[in-house]
Design a protein around this ligand. Sequence first.
Ligand code: B12
Length: 253
Amino acid sequence: MAYREIAKKVDAILSSSGFETYGFKIGWYNDCVQESFVFPYDYDTYAVLIVSTPDMFENGLVPFVLKVDCVSSNDILDEYMKDRFNDIKKEFSDYDVEAVHDFELLPSRRPKILVQTAGHVAGAAYYYQRKDVQPDPWSENKKIFGVSIHPKYGGWFAFRGALIFKNVLCPDLEKKEPLNVVSDSKKVQELLERFNGNWQDWSFRDIISVDKKYSEMQKEYFATLPKDRQKVIDKIKMNYKDSCTNQGDDEVK
Ligand code: B12
């Protein structure tokens, strides 16, 4: 199967659950990162970046929560994402597919994939970094983490990882530059300051006007520490119980 057909199929599997998918060449990613983050694959190796939009919660995670009876001690969102990446791997069982989640670490304890860099080279969301603010307004020893902004959802989205099709090459895949939606340097400074100083107030996510944001339930879920999320999950189960009993299993999934 050519990479274009793979792209269509992966998107068809995930889009109804609130995900977006973006193809990229592993070489584009490797060109940006330090040696320790490089994937040891051919430059033209085909990979698909997976992004969750505000709809993922209600269209993907909630149906999953309602379907699984006993919640394991692991993070339910991580479990859900592993399940979805496994769906893709099963669909492409004739291929050598490496699924890399945003939360996975190398033995060195560094992240396996830098999803913001991947998101930038795949054209999904512009990655704003300290070097984008000139002259640099911060003290030398201050750590400033970078943040990606999606053209439709601002900061109301997350990267979930990538699927690397190790034996599929895409030499003619065209590179799409991400939309630079926060192009004014002062605004980028404000964005980085909100992300680094006040990320809990959600305001960095609204640095541009957006099509859709997280629902109140989704905000409550993400604002709760993973160790305390069971009570939010119980609330979700209560809230959606009726729709659950009215639907067949297939519809729930
Ligand atoms: C470790 C981590 C943290 C740590 C440290 C933060 C950090 N950025 O290092 C902590 C725990 C503090 C943290 C906190 C948060 N995090 Co965090 N975190 C991560 C994680 C797992 C890895 C980041 C990392 O270690 N990067 C390593 C450094 C070295 O990478 P880098 O600075 O980007 O450097 C590379 C680039 O500069 C690149 N490069 C060089 N030149 C060029 C040129 C170009 C053009 C490009 C594109 C790249 C490039 O090369 C460098 C590497 O060699 C990522 C998920 C992931 N797997 O990527 C999420 C992630 C960055 N976090 C995220 C979020 C949302 C948060 C929080 C708001 C909490 C939350 N989850 O709600 C807070 C806010 C940050 C804060 N104010 O503290 C999101 C950000 C989404 C976005 N819109 O950008 C991510 C992407 C997770 C996700 N699944 O979407 N986080």
